[in-house]
Design a binder for this molecule. Structure first.
Ligand code: PAF
Length: 276
């Protein structure tokens, strides 16, 4: 596996692969990799001849400077995992390569980005949309792989790729969970041992609500008891816990709908989503 930090070298490699008739997959990440990321790498390897993984802790998508400062940076360990996973190139650009002096462009997606995470993390999706657009254009990949764990992000990326005619196929990959149901996330490492015991209550509450809704319990009632269960379990706040249309993220008018949630446990904000 080669590590590349500048766009010219990356483009040279990709041009060579494409000239030889190889398809290229990309797995964009911010590092601090876990088994969930590796499942994206496996999907990319199954669906492409060559695989690029990117590691870039994107400052523009952190609406909270403390969160950015605390984000784990573990490139050496990540690189070993990616090499083991069969990645051909790790693209890990420094901030000035992604945002050179004078950088003045932002990609902003309306509609699908505006509520839920968009409402609680102002500017977050502008940062995500801008960096994902750049990573797709810099790598020139034919396919890009994103986790369903960040469901709203996946819909935002699908929208921007359609709207901007970026020639790439977006593939969503299922959320990987710990044995107790907690969705794998780089943020889980920031939970204390006691919080880690409480954290699976999020998935449990959401699953309970989804089952109740399928049984015919009105969504408002099912979600209210899930919210109460989370607060009783020890979560300090439930920012949102809603049933939405799975694609537009507007009001759920029929199948396929999705429950999406963000809740705070100690100093950590956890998000999750499941189908109804
Ligand atoms: O999901 C992530 O890790 C990030 O939001 C992404 C897609 C790599 C953009 O920085």
């Amino acid at each position: 596996m080669r590590t590349v930090r500048d766009v010219k070298a990356l483009r040279g490699l990709v041009a060579g692969w494409k000239a030889a008739g190889n398809s290229v997959g990309v797995v964009p990440t911010m590092g601090a990799l876990h088994a969930g990321h590796l499942s994206l790498v496996h999907a990319a390897k199954a669906g492409s001849d060559r695989v690029i993984a990117t590691i870039f802790v994107n400052p523009r998508q952190f609406n909270n400077p403390d969160d950015l400062a605390k984000y784990p940076r573990t490139e050496e360990r990540d690189a070993a995992m990616l090499m083991e996973g069969g990645v051909d190139v790790l693209f890990a650009p420094p901030p000035e390569v992604v945002y050179p002096a004078g950088f003045a462009t932002s990609v902003s997606v309306d509609g699908v980005a505006s509520e839920l995470e968009g409402a609680f993390r102002p500017g977050h999706f502008d940062g995500v949309a801008t960096v994902v657009t750049k990573l797709l254009l810099m790598t020139g990949a034919d396919r890009a792989f994103f986790g369903e764990k960040d469901w709203q992000q996946l819909q935002v990326v699908r929208r921007l790729v359609r709207d901007l005619n970026i020639p790439v196929t977006i593939t969503g990959c299922p959320t990987l969970r710990e044995a107790d149901g907690l969705a794998m996330s780089s943020r889980n490492t920031r939970l204390t041992a006691a919080e880690r015991q409480i954290a699976p209550a999020l998935h449990r509450a959401m699953t309970g609500a989804a089952e109740a809704i399928r049984r015919g319990v009105p969504a408002g009632r099912a979600l209210a008891s899930a919210r109460a269960a989370l607060l009783a379990a020890g979560f300090s706040a439930v920012e949102y816990l809603e049933v939405r249309d799975g694609e537009s993220l507007g009001p759920a008018t029929g199948a396929p709908a999705r429950i999406l949630a963000a809740a705070v446990l100690g100093g950590v904000r956890l998000i999750d989503n499941i189908p109804v």
